[in-house]
Write a protein that binds this ligand. Structure first.
Ligand SMILES: Cc1cc2nc3c(=O)[nH]c(=O)nc-3n(C[C@H](O)[C@H](O)[C@H](O)COP(=O)(O)OP(=O)(O)OC[C@H]3O[C@@H](n4cnc5c(N)ncnc54)[C@H](O)[C@@H]3O)c2cc1C
Ligand code: SF4
Ligand code: SF4
Ligand code: SF4
Length: 369
């Protein structure tokens, strides 16, 4: 653990400038991934995050927001060796087990095989965890939000995918206020990086990291700005009323929007114009630092693709499969996941080179106050 003074020394700018340093180093440089950690760690509770952080009160310049932000500094190799003991040479990261799984629980309407929600339900019922940090959303607007679930009932309305930012880690603050001690966190790979960062660079006063026992990553190629994707494209150009949407999915080269009237196909090429800027520098598709990673590619329709990475993740997976909670199938190859990981890393390298050529700081492109 680094002492508070070491952290402040590491980045004097955070202490000197407080929230302004977070703005100048991360937000205005289009590096923010929307994880929500800055809001959870702020002792004054003056940061709100929906898509981007916003200061809502008086900052006392403690510097924690910048210091704990996964986009200020993050050493992925250090994180990997702390979690696994070694560095993996595998393109998709270390795996103890991989399989395709579909929940047998008809009450769970998952995005794919409902694995994530079924795992959380099992872990809450068996008291392996006392809370789960997930994403909920407003059915009228499809605006995602962070949610802390402490019961199976609380998981209702959280399954399925929203393709715009859900600042899940904001809910760590609720978990701290309830003094929960064994949390599962569901997050995109960048949010799992944020989890590993606060675990590796703990600030005593913040007191969040030791509560996290299980990190579940969901695969991610990209996230999209809410206004661009939902208002401009889905509702504006393709005339789908947001309140009528039942499900949104990405399959092949299209974004598929389902309503009771049928399916609207939006070419991904168009959706990518609304991509979040902070996603362009992201190199992790399958959540390599999680205990368990879950996606859809390389499994048959209706199944989740599951990688158990840590021993704890693998034990939990074995236990839940033995208890008969899932139909399972073997995964023979991971061709699509490997291609998506390769493309993501190549695109990030191109973007970073371009940003260097442009000489930072970058313009405030994605921000609207
Ligand atoms: C932005 C985004 C991009 C994705 N891209 C891919 C991809 O390219 N390839 C692929 O195979 N899979 C991708 N996924 C993952 C996929 O959509 C499913 O989440 C995954 O397969 C798990 O399905 P499930 O049925 O097991 O989970 P479910 O039981 O349906 O649970 C899904 C979990 O994800 C959480 N969640 C939903 N939306 C968000 C969000 N915006 N941010 C954080 N958490 C959220 C929910 O709260 C829930 O806990 C993406 C997901 C997101 C959010
Ligand atoms: S008080 Fe909050 S906003 Fe200000 S530096 Fe500390 S964490 Fe950041
Ligand atoms: S990346 Fe996360 S911690 Fe950093 S500014 Fe954005 S929301 Fe806050
Ligand atoms: S592309 Fe990367 S930064 Fe963007 S939401 Fe996905 S994991 Fe996070």
């Amino acid at each position: 653990m680094i002492a508070k003074d070491d952290i402040l020394q590491y980045n004097w700018q955070a202490r000197e400038e407080g929230y302004t340093a977070l703005e100048h180093e991360i937000i205005f440089r289009d590096l923010c991934c929307g994880c929500g950690v800055c809001a959870a760690v702020c002792p004054e509770k003056v940061i709100e995050v929906q898509e981007f952080p916003k200061l809502t009160g008086k900052c006392t310049n403690c510097g924690y927001c910048l210091m704990q932000c996964p986009r200020s500094f993050f050493f992925s190799e250090e994180a990997e060796s702390k979690i696994f003991g070694t560095l993996s040479q595998e393109l998709l990261g270390r795996m103890e087990t991989k399989l395709a799984a579909r929940t047998k629980d008809a009450s769970i309407k998952g995005q794919d095989g409902g694995f994530v929600t079924a795992l959380l339900k099992y872990a809450l019922e068996k008291k392996i965890i006392d809370g789960a940090i997930v994403s909920a959303f407003d059915k009228e607007t499809w605006m995602p939000r962070a949610k802390l679930a402490t019961s199976v009932k609380d998981l209702e309305g959280t399954s399925g995918t929203r393709y715009s930012n859900s600042p899940n880690l904001v809910a760590l603050l609720d978990a701290k206020e309830k003094n929960l001690k064994a949390l599962a966190v569901v997050g995109l790979p960048c949010q799992i990086e944020a989890v590993r960062k606060i675990q590796n660079y703990q600030i005593e006063e913040v007191n969040l990291a030791n509560r996290i026992k299980l990190a579940i990553a969901i695969f991610c190629s990209s996230n999209f700005l809410y206004d661009g994707l939902m208002k401009k494209l889905v509702e504006g150009k393709y005339n789908v009323k947001i309140k009528d949407i039942k499900k949104i999915d990405i399959k092949g080269k299209n974004l598929l929007v389902y309503t009771d009237k049928g399916k609207t196909e939006i070419p991904l090429k168009e959706a990518y114009k609304e991509k979040r800027e902070g996603c362009k520098v992201c190199t992790d598709f399958p959540g390599k630092l999680a205990d368990v990673s879950v996606g859809a590619v390389d499994s048959q329709g209706g199944f989740s693709t599951v990688f158990a990475r840590t021993k704890f993740g693998a034990e939990l997976l074995n236990r839940i499969i033995k208890d008969g909670k899932f139909e399972t199938a073997e995964i023979k190859e991971l061709r699509v996941a490997e291609a998506l990981q390769t493309k993501k890393a190549e695109n990030a390298v191109k973007e970073i080179r371009a940003r260097i050529m442009k000489e930072l700081p970058l313009p405030f492109k994605s921000l609207k106050w």
